[in-house]
Design a protein around this ligand. Structure first.
Ligand code: DON
Length: 574
């Protein structure tokens, strides 16, 4: 599928430069870089949906076209992802939503999974004192799913359409099936070893192999589950036959989730984390996700530099890496579920604290992570989607079952994969999790607690308060660093949406103490200069984003939408 059309660099979408940015040249990408500079993103006047799945984006556009608002469409996308994008779309996982409604109301919904009542802090440490793989694979890896309760809560409070209407595209896709494309075939093939260990094997690996491209994938169990939810609301999932199917599979495989855990699950409405960056507003996700706090702390540090160093220069990357490193030290040590731990969030996100951190950054020398102290420390798979409607209401949602196909456990009779989100807790202090994150006691396992996340759906407001950009992504901690760079590219370097997402990125999460860069994205002399400042560097990966941005093309305001060129998806509007 074509990501971008045309070769015209749309400069007219630049925001007015904030006063202290200086005169920044729009940089071109290094010649070795994979993606072309100056591409244009698809645009539309009335509304836009960007997701990692063609059929889910189309479900959202269908709802927008028929008069639904951004929340109606986002809920339709969420349920459609659960059918057509099983590697990450889900009923058996959780997520976060950030909203800016057309009338100015803002909200954030935390529908992260919770630890089952029978969980315990050291449940994934084996008799040899080492972590087992049970936080990642199999029945014990799952937290109590939040996605269904979350999507329905969003619809109840901010949607305008009946449940059955917004769920209709998903039910159709599950009941009538859809044609398997190359992306789904490859994804199933690459994860076949996990899938075949559990009950989803016969459906996703008929005859032991991924379905052929073009074959219709029909999911009758999932269609029935969706129909229960459409008819009965949250009780159609958290009680009755679907809940019974989850509990039966948990019992069969030694999992922890009980009927009581399911009945007790509740999403939590939170105030979005409100912040500013160089005169722009930010609405970000507060804990139990670390995403918002870490994004804001990083941007606050960067804002202390009145001058913007040239894009992709050693100085710019040094400052970016130094800011990430400090924000991640604080994240890893201090953050957790607010129902369980007290966190100095006001301080972490204050401009004064950013100035104090900046004072410790030497433009000539990198600081080893071991020399950094945490504030107030006690003394693959995920998918993001964005929607805007014709009235300018905006929704950013990131949802996940953690690894691709979650724990691998598929619920017979329910028709969906369960998450392996328990691995996002601190399984053992000091031991890295699957993303290499070394976390602290604030994120220790406790019954009913939400595991810390890095998911960072973020809405950027222009200086007049209008929605300017919605951005979020997948990639564990790499979500945070990717979201920051997309925002910095757009605001500091006035890049178009296509360039903001297509530009090469770096990643630093404090531990391991390494600054990673995308291969071909940072010129060799810049890497050398960073090494000269004391950074350990290595080529590495980044998150992948989906985003929507307000732009002016030919004097007309439009919404540009995009999925990351590193991944797949569809951005489409009308
Ligand atoms: O909540 C988190 O931070 C992780 N469970 C996200 C996992 C993820 O992004 C995997 N995708 N590549």
């Amino acid at each position: 599928m074509l990501l971008v059309a045309g070769a015209v660099h749309v400069r007219s979408q630049s925001q007015k430069p904030p006063s202290r940015r200086g005169n920044v040249e729009i940089a071109t990408f290094p010649s070795e870089w994979t993606y072309r500079h100056g591409a244009a993103a698809p645009s539309a006047v009335n509304g836009m949906v960007a997701s990692n799945c063609v059929l889910a984006t189309r479900a959202g556009v269908e709802i927008l076209r028929s008069g639904g608002n951004a929340v109606d469409a986002a809920v339709a996308v969420g349920f459609a992802l659960a059918v057509a994008y099983p590697e990450a779309g889900n009923l058996g996982g959780g997520g976060y939503a950030v909203l800016h409604m057309a009338d100015g109301r803002t909200a954030a919904l935390d529908y992260r999974e919770t630890a089952p009542a029978a969980s315990a802090p050291d449940m994934y440490v084996g008799p040899d004192g080492k972590p087992t793989d049970q936080s990642l694979v199999g029945h014990k890896a799952s937290g109590v799913p939040g996605s269904v309760a979350g999507l329905l809560a969003l619809l109840d409070k901010y949607g305008s359409m009946p449940r059955a209407r917004v769920m209709a595209p998903a039910i159709r896709l599950a009941r009538d099936g859809f044609k398997v494309d190359e992306i789904l075939q490859r994804s199933v093939g690459e994860n076949a070893d996990l899938i075949r260990r559990f009950a989803g094997g016969p459906l996703f690996l008929p005859g032991g192999k991924p379905p052929a491209v073009g074959v219709r994938l029909v999911q009758p169990d999932l269609a029935r589950t969706l129909e229960h939810i459409a008819a009965e609301g949250r009780d159609g999932f958290y009680r009755g036959p679907v809940a019974d199917a989850i509990v039966a599979e948990m019992r069969r495989g030694g999992g922890l989730i009980t009927g009581g855990d399911l009945a007790a699950y509740a999403p939590v409405w939170r105030e979005p984390l409100a912040a500013t960056y160089r005169g722009f507003g930010l609405l970000a996700m507060p804990p139990s996700s670390s995403g918002g706090v870490t994004v804001v702390e990083t941007l606050n540090i960067l804002e202390t530099y009145g001058d913007v160093a040239p894009w992709n220069s050693a100085l710019a990357l040094h400052r970016l890496g130094s800011a990430f490193q400090r924000a991640f030290v604080d994240r890893n040590n201090s953050l957790g579920d607010p129902a369980f731990v007290a966190m100095p969030i006001d301080r972490m996100t204050s401009k004064a604290y950013a100035r104090s951190l900046r004072a410790g950054i030497d433009d000539e020398r990198a600081t080893p992570t071991t020399a950094l102290k945490a504030v107030g420390a006690e003394g693959t798979q995920t998918t993001n989607y964005c929607v805007v409607d014709r009235n300018g209401a905006a929704v950013g949602i990131t949802t996940t079952i953690n690894s691709l196909y979650g724990s691998g456990v598929w619920i017979p009779g329910g028709g969906f994969y369960m998450n392996d989100e328990m691995d996002d807790f601190t399984v053992q202090p000091g031991t890295p999790n699957q993303f290499g994150l070394v976390q602290g006691r604030a994120n220790a396992i406790a019954p009913g607690k939400r595991m810390l996340s890095a998911m960072s759906p973020t809405i950027v407001l222009d200086p007049s308060g209008k929605v300017a950009m919605i951005v979020g992504g997948r990639g564990g901690p790499r979500i945070i660093t990717a979201v920051v760079q997309a925002i910095v590219n757009a605001i500091d370097y006035r890049m178009s949406l296509a360039d903001s997402l297509g530009a090469p990125r770096i990643h630093d999460q404090a531990l391991p103490d390494v600054l990673e860069y995308e291969k071909g994205g940072v010129p060799a002399d810049v890497v050398k200069a960073l090494e000269g400042k004391g950074w350990h560097t290595k080529p590495g990966g980044t998150g992948s984003l989906t985003a929507i941005k307000r732009a002016t093309i030919g004097g007309k305001t439009v919404w540009e939408g995009l999925f990351d060129p590193r991944k797949h998806g569809l951005a489409e509007g009308y």
